[in-house]
Ligand binder design. Structure first.
Ligand code: 16G
Ligand code: MG
Length: 543
């Protein structure tokens, strides 16, 4: 660690230009790119320290996901490909906010507190999404990493899930896959082609439309388009030539419940939309009356879980399958999974790391947020069991075939994190195997109408929740008020939580019909405004 160089760079080249406090939230740091240079320099150094502690490579991703430019952001990825450990989020926050002249002191404290061997080797894997500001920000990170004499492997413009994947590939010495863009694409494509059902189709069509949000996902989508042209006809739009995340992408479509800009006008056409860094995906279509239908993360999760359940049953293997959701999961999806599919469901707090952790408790854990972030994780011993069954001559042919199909699925899945494009190939595999069009898939259950509203309050942290954010502990009286409002509506459900990424309180409401969902959302928003010191205009309650 060259402390005097770090001090000089911090004071002269990368002073903190922002007076606001930075906080490492659920998705790392995120703000306007112009305030991020000093932060990238510091996070480069922090990634090195984390790598020294773990004795393995650590990832650093520069992205602001679905935010429009000029925002950008940064998050660190732990050596096992998972999100940064919570304790280190606090360390990241303290380093981000330390005065320029106290960087060395702060770093020395981190080294001391965590017993870090400064001479240990370190590797940082770097990636950035397609934002212009990412070029300079990645340079700042590299300057930080180099000032500590660590090794940096810069992958340039990649998706967030590719970065997670590369971290795991490198830390498993290639056992998980080859840490190159080609290695990633060819692993996915090979597994997809192997998993493809060869029977004639009556309903499933090879034609798929993909909205890439004008982001980095367009690059991977183009590669898939080329490699898979005989198996899947990918029609790409918002391919990077337009404005990133502007009226397009998974977040825009999910929140506004409308098709993105440039969407095809063909009725019932199967469309997928991914977000700016390609770690979320939702599907949608417009029917013959022009009505928009959204197939969100819940619908993707139930499709995947029900297919895996069938394969487990046919294979005769003893495997515990479970599904993990958050409070945002539509009530109809939860009823469908636990009631009809009979698959255990768990509910966790919002944020990928909570779902990922909980999914580890099952042999096969499917986890998805309603917003389209999710994947499937398999225990090592379950993978071995499945692989053994796929080649076991004492099994029947149908048992072996089901096990083999599970093996193929394992290879399509990016187990390190939710990956829009890997998820897309899983969905396509299943729709093909089931011979379903998008309308049939959508009919598996009917979503309850739901609304999400933001409420501005003086301090969103006065809202404290429990039970995976489904109940509110403070301010006093708010939960009682929500209970009373909910009880007035058939199939009513509502909860509130402080956002981890924006300075707002989020209100979710669900009811049997659309008008009731609107009313309940308005009434609960008003209760939050009144009991949690709302600021600005009062929320609107429809009559
Ligand atoms: C972040 C989370 C996402 C979560 C969202 C909630 C990660 C990688 N991403 O984007 O999982 O759904 O925050 O945002 O964990 P909110 O707290 O503003 O509602
Ligand atoms: Mg994203």
């Amino acid at each position: 660690m060259n402390y005097s160089e770090i001090h000089n760079i911090s004071v002269t080249q990368y002073p903190n230009k922002c007076s606001r406090k930075f906080e490492y939230g659920t998705a790392g740091f995120r703000t306007r790119a112009e305030y991020l240079d000093h932060l990238l320099f510091r996070m480069g150094i922090l990634a090195v320290l984390r790598s020294k502690v773990k004795g393995a490579a650590v990832g650093l991703m520069i992205t602001a996901s679905h935010n429009e430019e000029p925002d950008n952001g940064v998050k660190l990825v732990d050596p096992n490909g998972e999100m940064l450990e919570t304790k280190w989020e606090t360390i990241a926050t303290s380093l981000a906010n330390a005065p320029d002249s106290e960087i060395v002191e702060t770093l020395k404290k981190i080294v001391n507190d965590n017993n870090i061997d400064e001479n240990a080797s370190a590797v940082v894997i770097l990636g950035r999404d397609s934002r212009q500001s990412g070029v300079g920000l990645s340079r700042s990170a590299i300057i930080g990493i180099k000032a500590t004499n660590a090794i940096v492997k810069d992958f340039g413009v990649i998706t967030t899930p590719q970065l997670h994947y590369f971290v795991v590939c490198i830390n498993t010495n290639g056992a998980y896959g080859e840490a190159t863009t080609n290695g990633y694409i060819s692993k996915l494509c090979r597994a997809f082609i192997k998993a493809k059902d060869s029977n004639t189709k009556n309903f499933y069509s090879k034609k798929l439309f993909v909205d890439a949000a004008n982001g980095v996902g367009a690059i991977v989508t183009k590669a898939l388009q080329k490699e898979l042209k005989d198996f899947l006809e990918i029609n790409l739009f918002n391919d990077g030539t337009g404005t990133l995340n502007h009226q397009c992408g998974a977040d825009y479509v999910k929140i506004n419940q409308v098709a993105p800009i440039n969407s095809p006008t063909i009725s019932n056409a199967r469309c997928a939309t991914i977000d700016g860094d390609a770690d979320r995906i939702v599907y949608y279509y417009n029917d013959e009356n022009g009505k928009f239908h959204l197939l969100d993360g819940d619908k993707i999760a139930t499709l995947i879980a029900s297919y895996i359940k069938d394969l487990i049953e046919i294979s005769g293997l003893s495997i515990l399958l479970g599904l993990v959701q958050t409070a945002y999961a539509n009530g109809a999806s939860t009823n469908y999974i636990s009631g009809l599919l009979n698959i255990p469901v768990a509910c966790t707090d919002t944020g990928v790391k909570y779902l990922h952790q909980r999914a580890h408790e099952f042999d096969i854990g499917v986890y998805f947020e309603a917003n389209g972030h999710g994947t499937v994780i398999f225990k090592d011993k379950t993978v071995e069991l499945i692989q053994e069954a796929a080649t076991n001559n004492t099994c029947t042919e149908s048992q072996r075939k089901a096990a083999l199909q599970l093996c193929n699925l394992i290879n399509i899945v990016n187990q390190t994190v939710g990956d829009a494009l890997s998820d897309m190939l899983i969905v396509e595999t299943i729709l093909d195997a089931r011979d379903w069009d998008i309308v049939t898939w959508n009919r598996s259950y009917i979503d309850f109408p739901n609304r999400q509203v933001k409420v501005h309050v003086k301090d969103r942290n006065v809202i404290k929740t429990t039970d995976a954010a489904r109940r509110c502990l403070s301010p006093p009286g708010l939960q009682e008020k929500i209970d009373e409002l909910v009880s007035r509506y058939s199939k009513g459900r509502s909860f509130v939580r402080p956002s981890g990424t924006e300075d707002v309180v989020r209100v979710y409401a669900e009811a049997e019909n659309s008008a009731d969902a609107d009313k309940l959302a308005g009434e609960v928003s008003l209760a939050v405004y009144q009991l949690a010191h709302g600021v600005g205009p009062m929320p609107n309650v429809p009559l």
